[in-house]
Design a protein around this ligand. Sequence first.
Ligand SMILES: Cc1ncc(COP(=O)(O)O)c(C=O)c1O
Length: 389
Amino acid sequence: MTSTAGRMSHLTPHFFSGLSTRIQVLQAEGRDIIRLDEGAPDLPPAPHILEALYSSASRPDAHSYQPHRGPRSLREAWAEMYRREYDVELHPADEIVPLLGSKEGIFHLNLAFVEPGDIVLVPDPGYVTYTRGALITGGEVHRMPLPPERGYLPDLDALPPEVLECAKLMWLNYPNNPTAAVANLEFFSQAVELARQYGFLLCHDAAYMQVAFDGERPPSLLQAPGAKDVAVEFNTLSKSHNMAGWRTGALLGNAEAVRALYTLKTNADSSHFLPIFEASTAALVGDQSWLVERNEIYRQRRDVVVAGLRRMGLPVRTPRASLYVWLPVPAGWCCASFVTAALEQAGVSLTPGTVFGPGGEGFVRISITAPLQRVQQAMDRLEAWLAKS
Ligand SMILES: Cc1ncc(COP(=O)(O)O)c(C=O)c1O
């Protein structure tokens, strides 16, 4: 067997595969483990989305290859969603391309834009695919710290001009994974101006924009004036519509960037299953009222987590969006030791902050993706365990 390419050294197996193996061992020993680690929605999509899938799949003409841009009705549905929710106009013909979930698009965009030695600016802590995608092309990663005292927004004024001059891409992600922070339009406008000044492509990952509570309405970066000149937004139905396994998302915004990713994808994949495209259309333009009820379920879980942590004397911000609570670990622990002990001793699985980069040290991420009663049980277990530790 021949050796793998040197670039493979940048790709380590995903943290969660190792964690799942350990959890399986504990479960085989009879332990009950509550998983608040992954960010996968535990609830199903709305019935009208499932109906659209069933009726489309039962048509004999639904099973062949599809065009890489998907049906026009799907791109029109994304455009309608952006007009309805964000007052953003997008041209279905050239400013939208469907993705197989947003992760592949986030990864592949680097192949379309980044040359060896180019700089890719990524948030730290941040979703790991921004970094992995940059490294696989030979790009260099410049980490932008997300300080808690700045509301987990990077200080764009503090970025060195010599870094910005070599930057090809900048990644932002709000509502943020893992910190749960929300950005405002003023910040997005500042980022758009910087991208215009230095000529890089600004990439906003909006995976959690429709998971929000307490009346919060996270903005789209495409609402910032002139955004489409320099920016794209990645969107997905994984979190917004409980469709993580369906692998359906889109890249929206700057037409040149959309065309580049489209061209790359015409060579790398063979589009998607028509019933998934048609069900995605139903998700985007059908009844949205169920999202209010779904977000209310998350809000109740969030309240149980925040109240539980505060009862334990742990200072925690109340998140107003996303699926996460970002917890500073108590004194005397690092994030890895805290997470290992919580799993082994309390039977509660959390994610160490360093999975998201060195800037995540000192924090753990708690997901609200389990039923309310399990979330409550997890808080009770953590409280009892910490009282003994
Ligand atoms: C910040 C962020 N972006 C993108 C994704 C990818 O989502 P998907 O590929 O399911 O669209 C995730 C998934 O966890 C995420 O947390």
